[in-house]
Design a protein around this ligand. Structure first.
Ligand SMILES: Cc1cc2nc3c(=O)[nH]c(=O)nc-3n(C[C@H](O)[C@H](O)[C@H](O)COP(=O)(O)OP(=O)(O)OC[C@H]3O[C@@H](n4cnc5c(N)ncnc54)[C@H](O)[C@@H]3O)c2cc1C
Length: 458
């Protein structure tokens, strides 16, 4: 006898970045869910979302942690599928550190070991000459700051914004609903149950389950009156990005370069994108933007924030971007910056993501805490989120991604600087999922660059 058709669970997903998009994809493919994705931005992919960018590094095994190394290899298998429309470019990645930066070097060593253990042909490079020898002779390279590390021929980068767009189109094709300009400002609570969400317009959107994947806006959303629920020590941090424009001749010269990633000071850069833009950034401590309206919780200040349209970054960070470029491609360091941007991480204490049910509710799931390294997992992360939703978390990660209040902070202090435990001046993760150097600062207008700083330096 045929089983009666099961009623599908109606899920509202808040946020159309990679956490929300990938969750929607895996739920729709599973077949048991009706999915509505809501995003506050009127244009999708949201231009100021962390996921929307020229490019992101796609590491293949390049994690100190074997479980994450394995998960990104799962992601690579999916990135290579035609459904991602060629948004993934397998250029290889240099993972580098100076020998006197112990944390960076330890990360590189462990990541190299994981690559080899997983059968990747990663090759050690014991100094600048070994690094240079892997470039076409026509590419003018620099001192690489005396770094060493390894080259992984697998991995590379993704055209990030386009990949999100491709993913959202797949969500629609699978029958999901995506609503732009639908800002969630509250939850409809009935005891421990969430009946749906409230939009800024006042409209209520009913659901059986809510997944909040609002990226760096999640901490301030939970501090807002409409949600007003406990939330772990997760912080929005602004990270500095800059781009330069290559001429067609320069594009030709630099077209075969890999991604370069310094695991000691966090500087990294990409090959030119299809428009000849080269992006560089720093995976670092970042800045915070605490606001009185959110009781001091840091709120992203993006190009869509009135008064911040120019995307100015701290001048100090611009100088660090240029210095990093001078060490790797000295000729390109002489060029003007064409854009800068503060791009916002949703940072947890250890760098592990936050994917779990909220303990105060029966049907509210958090899928966030990207901590500056989640994009590469876009095709696969929804698989893991779905397991959490179905209360069958992957044993390799379930506990690490669990909702926490003070325990992780205390544990991190015990491990000595394993995480950023204070709102300002905290040292960033050295022992968690990822490695990061530096101290957080409060974002101050007076520290931001002026337009003339973007010009090439004499
Ligand atoms: C500068 C920078 C460089 C990075 N580089 C890399 C890299 O090289 N490799 C890598 O793997 N990862 C990288 N990352 C990390 C990666 O981009 C993030 O971990 C990931 O994109 C986070 O996705 P998300 O879905 O959590 O957040 P987002 O992409 O920010 O999406 C959140 C969405 O929620 C929406 N939203 C927010 N509030 C509401 C609300 N109240 N109602 C409705 N919608 C709402 C927003 O509009 C947004 O569209 C980088 C991040 C940054 C900032």
């Amino acid at each position: 006898m045929a089983a009666a058709a099961e009623k599908k669970t109606h899920v509202v997903i808040v946020g159309a970045g990679i956490f929300g998009m990938s969750t929607a994809l895996w739920m729709l493919r599973d077949g048991k869910y009706n999915v509505t994705v809501l995003d506050k931005c009127g244009i999708l992919p949201a231009p100021d979302a962390a996921s929307t960018d020229l490019n992101k590094i796609v590491r293949a095994g390049d994690y100190a942690d074997p479980a994450l190394a394995k998960l990104c290899l799962d992601a690579i298998d999916l990135w290579r599928l035609p459904e991602w429309k060629g948004t993934y470019h397998e250029t290889g990645v240099f993972a580098l550190s100076t020998s006197d930066e112990k944390d960076g070097l330890a990360f590189v060593d462990a990541a190299y070991k994981n690559c080899r253990d997983y059968g990747l042909d990663a090759q050690l490079v014991d100094g600048p000459n070994a690094i240079k020898s892997r470039y076409p002779s026509s590419v003018p390279t620099g001192s690489f700051g005396g770094r060493q590390g390894y080259f992984n021929p697998i991995g590379g980068w993704a055209e990030a914004g386009r990949a999100v767009d491709v993913g959202l189109k797949m969500v629609r094709q699978l029958g999901g609903t995506i609503r732009a300009g639908a800002e969630v400002t509250g939850l409809v609570k009935e005891g421990k149950e969430i009946k749906g969400v409230v939009l800024k317009s006042g409209e209520e959107v009913k659901s059986d389950l809510v997944v909040v994947a609002a990226g760096a806006w999640t901490p301030s959303l939970f501090a807002s009156p409409g949600v007003a629920s406990r939330f772990p020590d997760v912080i929005a941090t602004g990270q500095s990005v800059g781009t330069i424009q290559l001429t067609p001749e320069e594009v030709e010269t630099y077209s075969k370069i890999p991604v370069v990633f310094n695991l000691d000071d966090g500087w990294y850069c990409f090959p030119p994108n299809p428009d000849g833009l080269v992006k560089m950034a720093i995976h670092g401590a970042g800045v915070i933007n605490p606001q009185p309206s959110t009781n001091g919780v840091s709120v992203p200040r993006t190009k869509l924030t009135p008064g911040a349209e120019d995307g100015a970054i701290p001048l100090e960070m611009l100088k660090r971007l240029r210095k990093g470029m001078a060490e790797v491609y000295p000729e390109l360091a002489k060029k003007d910056f064409v854009t800068t941007r503060l791009c916002w991480y949703c940072d947890t204490v250890t760098g592990d993501w936050l994917i779990d049910y909220h303990p105060d509710y029966t049907n509210l799931v958090l899928a966030t805490g990207g901590s500056g390294h989640a994009f590469k997992f876009a095709p696969v992360i929804g698989r893991e989120i779905l397991r959490v939703v179905e209360r069958d978390p992957n044993p390799s990660y379930g506990e690490r991604w669990a909702f926490y209040f003070d325990e992780k902070v205390v544990a991190a202090e015990g491990k000595e600087a394993a995480g950023d435990v204070s709102r300002e001046g905290g040292e960033t993760s050295k022992a968690g999922a990822d490695v990061r150097a530096g101290m957080r600062k409060v974002l101050r207008e007076e520290d931001l660059l002026k337009p003339q700083d973007l010009k090439a330096q004499a």
